[in-house]
Design a binder for this molecule. Structure first.
Ligand SMILES: Cc1ncc(COP(=O)(O)O)c(C=O)c1O
Length: 302
């Protein structure tokens, strides 16, 4: 007897995820034929020789024994404290541990935040090209992606005028990916200021994916969104996968819920990674989640 075919969610058919989809399959096919490909489809510094610094690796190894219990629902208090201090140093004086939420990577937090924000048919302004998870998470949380252009002819910069022309009564949020994956563009302060002004004028949530904040070309300077946003509702997303070189640790932590309760090491990686994050912050590297005063304190967004 052949196994039954499972029906999946209808909206799944709208999701295109080429970094792991048809294009990636075709690339694998070509590789098996002996072709050598340069892969620009996935941001995976670890696969290109960027190693996690030794002190982060040591922090993970040193804390295996202390990670049996669940952590606080928002993440380890000392990690959140370190992240808040980091944000204060980066120009956000009202950053506090109560507004920091730690998850299994930015991927999970993007999904949770959009789930908490969107009602069916709500619109989210997304960059085109985007990192496809943002589109997927918008669609799978019943929202509608509306794309603003970041064209090569404009140095991959968003045009705030075009962005504002796309705002409708259903628009809920503006998503920025800065520094940008896939284009590599790093947005100047003036562009960010104009986008913040649009969010203020139309009452939109700013969602800024800043996971590449420490990976910049040449003498570029990164401008975090939170100090520019000031009192406006704003989420900034950062993580250990890129600058910290811990993409693989996050992958293991993301799987932890599916493991049997006594499967020790893998289910412990999430809190260990948080300890690594604490160390990373104390040593001046980036990792943060910042939530605005408008968010209820002490509660996860979902
Ligand atoms: C722009 C962007 N945001 C988020 C992620 C995923 O982050 P994490 O590994 O923390 O889930 C990636 C990974 O490639 C990315 O490129």
């Amino acid at each position: 007897m052949s196994p039954p075919t499972l029906k999946t969610r209808a909206r799944l058919s709208e999701v295109r995820y080429e970094i792991r989809g048809e294009l990636a399959r075709r690339a694998r096919e070509l590789e098996t034929q002996g072709r050598s490909l340069i892969k620009l489809n996935i941001g995976n510094p670890g696969a290109f020789g960027f190693r996690a610094p030794e002190h982060l690796q040591r922090a993970i190894a040193d804390h295996i024994a202390g990670t049996d219990p669940y952590t606080h629902q928002q993440g380890l208090p000392e990690a959140r404290e370190a992240i808040a201090v980091f944000h204060k140093m980066r120009g956000t004086p009202n950053a506090s541990p109560e507004r920091v939420f730690i998850g299994n990577g930015v991927s999970e937090l993007i999904d949770i935040s959009l789930r908490a924000l969107l009602n069916p048919g709500d619109e989210v302004l997304l960059p085109s090209p985007d990192y496809p998870l943002w589109s997927a998470a918008t669609i799978l949380n019943d929202g509608r992606p509306v794309y603003y252009s970041c064209d090569e002819a404009d140095g991959f910069m968003p045009d705030p005028e075009q962005m504002e022309s796309l705002v409708s009564p259903r628009t809920r949020a503006i998503v920025l990916i800065n520094p940008n994956n896939p284009t590599g563009a790093n947005y100047p302060r003036e562009v960010l200021e104009r986008i913040v002004a649009i969010a203020a004028k139309h009452g939109l949530l700013l969602m800024c994916d800043e996971i590449y904040d420490g990976i910049l070309y040449d003498d570029h300077v990164f401008h975090p969104i939170a100090p520019i946003a000031g009192d406006l509702p704003c989420l900034s997303f950062g993580g250990l996968s890129k600058v910290g070189g811990l993409g693989g640790a996050q992958w293991r932590s993301a799987r932890q819920r599916r493991l049997p309760p006594r499967d020790g090491p893998a289910r412990r990686v999430a809190p260990m990674r948080q300890r690594a994050g604490t160390v990373r912050h104390r040593t001046g590297l980036a990792w943060h989640r910042y939530h605005h005063p408008a968010m209820p304190a002490g509660r996860s967004p979902a």
